[in-house]
Write a new protein. Structure first.
Length: 119
């Protein structure tokens, strides 16, 4: 099993930046990729970005392309989400999740970290 712990959330003004971290522990060798998701009050959870551990292949939601960058540090078992040019609509609880294989769903989730962007 993989355990995930997020950090780095907070309050920032529109146009500002934050960097989120997701530290993986446990059977990290069983993880193919890590994704970031977010959920705002009253909204469905939505995909933000994903990175694979092996070759660092990245995928982004259209709403964050060009503003967010996902990366990983294999030595530290950590995935980062650099968020620039933040907008009030980016306000949400951000969670990371582990995907065991390319063909399976995300099954291990962190507890989430709050990001609030003020206008």
């Amino acid at each position: 099993q993989v355990q995930l712990a997020e950090s780095g959330g907070g309050l920032v003004q529109a146009g500002g930046s934050l960097r989120l971290s997701c530290v993986a522990s446990g059977r990290t060798s069983s993880s193919y990729a890590v994704g970031w998701f977010r959920q705002a009050p009253g909204n469905e959870r939505e995909f933000v970005a994903r990175v694979t551990w092996s070759i660092g292949r990245t995928t982004y939601a259209d709403s964050v392309k060009g503003r967010f960058t996902i990366s990983r540090d294999n030595a530290k078992n950590t995935v980062y989400l650099q968020m620039n040019s933040l907008k009030p609509e980016d306000t949400a609880v951000y969670s990371c999740a582990s995907q065991p294989t390319v063909a399976t769903d995300y099954i291990h989730w962190g507890q989430g970290t709050q990001v609030t962007v003020s206008s």
